[in-house]
Design a protein. Structure first.
Length: 331
């Protein structure tokens, strides 16, 4: 068998929203790709910042979509929060949960007393994504923090992709509370270290790769944890986000979807303002990036994008707008 991208790694960590599924539907090609990854002997773990559902509920959803999944194949930001808070706070501490029933249950199971009002003098507030969140509940969180409760959040994703479009994420609710105080919460989910440290400890991975659709959470988080990453175009971010990525948020590889794991690694030769990837050639000239050669299909456009990105990352002042406009099959 020819060597594929996935063959360099022993564990593949997959983000869920925008990578494996979009709300109630699987991303096209994701099931076949994950099945192929497993067939190559690589362990599959799903890692999600979304704390609204339990690991069992997420596993059930994945199974309904045809994926092989048990709770042991999941890492959620709610699990990470419960693990860390069990060591940071005394058992029996009072916590106001501005999150879903899943987060409430995890806090209770961990040994905390869950309260719903700032008047019950909580020691801490934890926020997690809850599609049924209300303003009165955010009010109680804000008042509790103003009165001295320690503030935590499972994640701070600003948006959440689903099959209908892009929705406000937990970050929007955090900002609402944050407008009332002069501090920010301790955050456990990507891109911060706790979540991927938890995932690495759970699996004992030695050569992991993280697959995600967000530059600011998935890819930056992978870099923070010192692991390789694959950026895919099935969720929130697109080609302009990739090219504009800062040094700490650049992926190791790109692909249209997770099927890129079952393709050879895409490499670039970079020299004197010229980048070659496959049949694609991009040049830096007079302050902008120009495409000299391009195979006008999706693989060819991905090659060109990877070449453009390498030039832009070498010199962020380069204008890439016209070059990116030629890549019409990529968002």
């Amino acid at each position: 068998m020819s060597r594929l991208l996935i063959d360099d790694y022993d564990v593949a960590f997959f983000d869920l929203d925008g990578v494996i599924y979009l709300g109630p539907v699987a991303v096209d090609g994701a099931l076949a790709a994950v099945t192929g990854v497993r067939s190559r002997g690589t362990r599959v773990i799903y890692v999600t910042n979304n704390a609204s559902r339990s690991a069992q509920q997420v596993a059930d959803h994945l199974s309904e979509l045809g994926f092989v999944a048990t709770p042991d194949d999941l890492v959620t930001s709610a699990q990470v929060a419960a693990d860390i808070l069990s060591r940071e706070l005394p058992q029996g501490a009072r916590i106001l949960v501005a999150g879903s029933p899943n987060l409430v249950n995890l806090m209770t199971e961990t040994g905390f007393v869950v309260v719903t009002s700032a008047d019950e003098e909580p020691d801490a507030v934890i926020q997690g994504y809850d599609p049924q969140m209300t303003w009165p509940r955010l009010n109680e969180a804000a008042i509790a923090i103003q009165r001295g409760a320690v503030w935590y959040a499972t994640n701070n994703d600003s948006t959440l992709p689903n099959d209908r479009g892009i929705l406000p994420g937990l970050g929007a609710a955090i900002n609402a509370v944050g407008n009332t105080v002069d501090i920010r919460p301790t955050v456990f989910g990507k891109p911060f270290r706790p979540m991927l440290d938890f995932a690495l400890a759970k699996t004992g991975a030695e050569r992991p790769i993280f697959v995600g659709d967000r530059i600011d959470t998935d890819i930056e988080g992978a870099n923070n944890a010192g692991m390789a990453s694959l950026f895919v175009f099935t969720g929130v971010h697109g080609k302009a986000d990739l090219v504009a990525a800062s040094a700490g948020a650049r992926p190791s590889a790109i692909g249209s979807d997770v099927g890129a794991l079952l393709q050879p690694h895409r490499s670039v030769t970079l020299s004197d303002g010229r980048a070659e990837c496959g049949a694609a050639v991009a040049l830096s000239s007079e302050g902008e990036v120009k495409i000299e050669s391009l195979a006008d299909d999706l693989p060819g456009q991905l090659d060109a994008l990877w070449a453009i990105a390498q030039l832009a990352w070498t010199d962020p002042s380069l204008n890439t707008e016209s070059a990116l406009a030629r890549l019409s099959d990529l968002r």
